[in-house]
Design a protein around this ligand. Structure first.
Ligand SMILES: Cc1cc2nc3c(=O)[nH]c(=O)nc-3n(C[C@H](O)[C@H](O)[C@H](O)COP(=O)(O)O)c2cc1C
Ligand SMILES: Nc1ncnc2c1ncn2[C@@H]1O[C@H](COP(=O)(O)OP(=O)(O)O)[C@@H](O)[C@H]1O
Length: 314
């Protein structure tokens, strides 16, 4: 997949004819996948290259500073990995600046679509474009020049619309299964294993401290059944994870959140390795224990519970 960051529109014109899926696509959830899959199918049928256009940062950073979104379900690199795996040929990343946001609908169509060898545009029913987001899919179908427009309808699960906002809320509430259902896969946070306080090994539960390498939405603080993929070996392990401040040892107002995974049946040193943590189920909120023995007893129970939950996951 070729990735182009579009600082000047002319930079994106040097490629063959394309079918283009457009959207912010945070989460690349089931609704987004319906759009991407539709684009892949149309491209295949019409013998066009497969392209995606997305924006960075989230439009709310420019348009709605009070509600600006700086953490993501799928930060940019994560989106790149997913699109590449889906077989996308070209990824256009359009910097979402005030200038871009102020562009007229007609200019957007001319510069970013018609002049960009776009023969097919595929987007979700709620896609908007141009100044004040006044352009919508109906308008796009009216004003299209040199391309066809396909609108992908709302994707729902149990009559609830699949949405990035809802997935974020479910994660923040610890409703991992509901978030995962909408994503169509387990929620994932990728990062590097860093040094911690070296206490884990002394209590019989060494924990890999995972420092996220991008701004991911963090799930509700607490303990989870997880799987962990070690990128260098592609090996996937089961484990139990605490995300929080470790209030037994620290004053939460003075410390940072850490993500710590105790991996079952594992004893390698993996400092500095890149890993992916997949979130499967919330077990309990984080607690302040009166002493180490009480914490150890609870972690033993957490582990047993996680082993049961993960039994059928490979
Ligand atoms: C499954 C699990 C559950 C945990 N639950 C709590 C908790 O409720 N409260 C707490 O203060 N620390 C909790 N911890 C964090 C431990 O305090 C932490 O892993 C330990 O201090 C080791 O830290 P280190 O890796 O920085 O050495 C938990 C850790 C694990 C692996
Ligand atoms: N079963 C395991 N689960 C997690 N990490 C393990 C395990 N066995 C060994 N390790 C290694 O030990 C480190 C965790 O030990 P710990 O005493 O908690 O140190 P730290 O406080 O630096 O995280 C991990 O980063 C990893 O390199």
């Amino acid at each position: 997949m070729e990735t182009l960051v579009i600082n000047r529109v002319e930079e994106m014109y040097h490629h063959p004819d394309i079918a283009l899926a457009i959207g912010f696509f945070d989460g690349v959830h089931q609704g987004h996948l319906a759009v991407i899959n539709q684009m892949l199918e149309i491209a295949e049928n019409k013998n066009l290259k497969k392209a995606v256009m997305t924006f960075d940062p989230h439009p709310s950073v420019v348009l709605n500073p009070e509600k600006k979104r700086t953490d993501y379900l799928t930060p940019l690199n994560e989106k790149k990995r997913i699109f590449s795996a889906l077989g996308v040929d070209y990824l256009f990343i359009v910097p979402f600046t005030s200038r871009f946001a102020a562009m007229s609908e007609k200019d957007f169509i001319r510069d970013y679509l018609t002049n960009n060898h776009v023969k097919e545009v595929i987007a979700g029913f709620d896609f908007t474009y141009g100044k004040f987001g006044k352009g919508n899919m109906l308008k796009l179908a009216e004003d299209c020049q040199g391309f066809n427009v396909t609108t992908v309808s709302k994707k729902a699960i149990n009559e609830e619309k699949v949405s990035t906002t809802d997935i974020r809320e479910q994660l923040k509430a610890g409703h991992i299964k509901r978030a995962n259902e909408q994503l169509g896969r387990p929620y994932k946070i990728a990062g590097i294993v860093v040094q911690g306080e070296k206490r884990g090994r002394t209590i019989g539960f060494p924990t890999a401290n995972v420092m996220p390498d991008e701004d991911y939405v963090l799930p509700k603080l607490g303990v989870y059944a997880v799987t962990l993929k070690q990128n260098s070996t592609e090996e996937v392990y089961k484990g139990v994870c605490n995300i929080g401040y470790k209030p037994t040892f620290h004053d939460p107002s003075k410390s940072a959140v850490s993500i710590e995974v105790h991996i079952f049946d594992f004893s390698d040193s993996i400092y500095g390795e890149r890993v992916e943590v997949y979130w499967h189920e919330f077990l309990r909120p984080e607690q302040k224990f009166s002493g180490i023995d009480a914490l150890i007893a609870q972690i033993n129970q957490d582990k047993e519970q996680a082993v049961q939950i993960l039994r059928d996951i490979k």
